[in-house]
Design a protein around this ligand. Structure first.
Ligand code: GRF
Length: 197
C-alpha cells in the first residue's frame, strides 16, 4: 500500500518534528513527510525541515483577522500538498471545532504528560508539585477538547527527588522522540483502513 502524505505543524524548536522526519525518510515507514507548517515565522524547526529536504512554510497567525481565517489558510496549504495525516509537534495554537472536524481521525498530537493527567501547560511543574512518582508523554488523536482525544501510546519516566520542571522536561523529551514515530506509525495503520474523505 502507498505511504500516507504527512504534514507536521510546529511553533518552535521542532525536535519532535525532526524525529518524525527521520522516521518518515525510511522507505518502509507508513508515511512520507511532504510539508511542515509553522504559525511563527521565526520557528527554528522551519530551517531544520528544509535541511531535511522537506517543504516548510510559515503561516503566521498574526496575519489573519481571526482563528478561522488563519485555519482556512492552513487548510489550503494542507490540501495543496494533498496531505493525508497531520502530526502536531509543539504547535501552540488551539484549533477550532471547524478545523478539528475537518481533520478528524487524521490528526494527532504529542503532549508531555500521562494524559488524562495534566492537559494544558506547565505539565512537569504540576506533576512535581502533586508529588507524583512518575511522569511521561502521550500521543493522542486530536478532538475538540484540548488534550482530550483518545490516547494512541504513552511512555513513562520516574520523577526524581531533585527534579526541577526543566530536568523532568529533558527526561520526558528523550522519550517523546522515540514515542512519536512509533505512535504515528500505529495511527497511519488506522487511517489507511478508512475510506478517504
Ligand atoms: C514537546 O515537549 C511537546 O510534547 C510539546 O511541546 C514540546 C515541543 O518541543 N507539545 P519540540 O518543538 O518538538 O522540540
Amino acid at each position: 500500500m502507498s505511504r500516507l502524505r504527512l504534514a507536521i505543524l510546529i511553533s518552535g524548536r521542532g525536535s519532535n518534528m525532526e524525529q518524525l522526519l527521520k522516521a518518515a525518510s525510511e522507505d518502509n515507514y507508513p508515511a512520507e513527510a511532504v510539508l511542515v507548517l509553522s504559525n511563527k515565522t521565526n520557528a527554528e524547526g522551519l530551517e531544520t525541515a528544509r535541511s531535511h529536504g522537506v517543504a516548510a512554510k510559515a503561516v503566521p497567525h498574526k496575519d489573519y483577522a481571526d482563528r478561522e481565517s488563519f485555519e482556512h489558510a492552513l487548510d489550503a496549504a494542507l490540501r495543496e500538498h494533498d496531505v493525508d495525516i497531520i502530526a502536531l509537534a509543539g504547535f501552540m495554537r488551539v484549533l477550532t471545532p471547524w478545523f478539528v472536524r475537518r481533520w478528524e481521525g487524521r490528526m494527532l498530537n504529542i503532549h508531555p504528560s500521562l494524559l488524562p493527567k495534566y492537559p494544558g501547560l506547565e505539565t512537569h511543574k504540576r506533576a512535581i508539585e502533586a508529588g507524583d512518582e512518575e511522569a511521561g508523554c502521550s500521543v493522542h488523536w486530536v478532538s475538540e477538547g484540548v488534550d482530550e482525544g483518545n490516547v494512541i501510546a504513552q511512555a513513562r519516566v520516574p520523577i526524581l527527588a531533585d527534579d526541577t520542571p526543566q530536568t523532568l522536561a529533558d527526561r520526558v523529551l528523550v522519550e517523546e522522540h522515540t514515542l512519536y514515530p512509533h505512535a504515528l506509525a500505529l495511527a497511519c495503520e488506522q487511517v489507511k483502513k478508512k475510506p478517504s474523505s
